[in-house]
Design a protein around this ligand. Structure first.
Ligand code: DQA
Length: 142
């Protein structure tokens, strides 16, 4: 069964409680529920969150053998992590980068993304709907 890896990085476990004026009041559980509801028949989702860069890298490595695509919100690691970029470069399927907020409307340090050097698509500023669009895109490109 094709499986999408839905990866969320640091602080996204606090979604719904953290800066709701920027990130909204919906939680990561809501994100997972919406993404599952968007899956075509016969598809599965592995939804994972970590505050640890190395853990995210290990999951990206795992995805090499198990994932039909990766939908990833790397949080602040977006702007800092060459290591996550390298891990994604070692993955061959589609990668969609998600940001809940419009990072381009925010501080300049959020305007650069290492992950965008690898991502096949980037969605920013659509709130948690962006994750659903990312999942739909992976399913339709297979
Ligand atoms: C974020 C944007 C990042 O700049 C920030 O560090 C996050 C969340 C977003 O979803 O808008 O943690 O990736």
């Amino acid at each position: 069964m094709p499986t999408i890896y839905l990866l969320n990085g640091p602080n996204l476990n606090l979604l719904g409680k953290r800066q709701p004026e920027i990130y909204g009041s919906e939680t990561l559980e809501d994100v997972e529920r919406l993404c599952r509801a968007a899956l075509p028949e016969g598809w599965d989702l592995r939804a994972l969150q970590s505050n640890w860069e190395g853990q995210l890298i290990d999951w990206i490595h795992e995805a090499r053998d198990h994932a039909a695509g990766i939908v990833i919100n790397p949080g602040a690691f977006t702007h800092t992590s060459v290591a996550i970029l390298d891990a994604l470069n070692a993955y061959e399927g589609p990668v969609i980068e998600i940001h809940i907020s419009n990072v381009h409307k925010r501080e300049s340090f959020r305007h650069h993304s290492y992950v965008s050097l690898r991502a096949d698509g980037v969605i920013a500023g659509l709130g948690i709907e962006g994750y659903v669009a990312g999942v739909r895109r992976v399913c339709s490109t297979r």
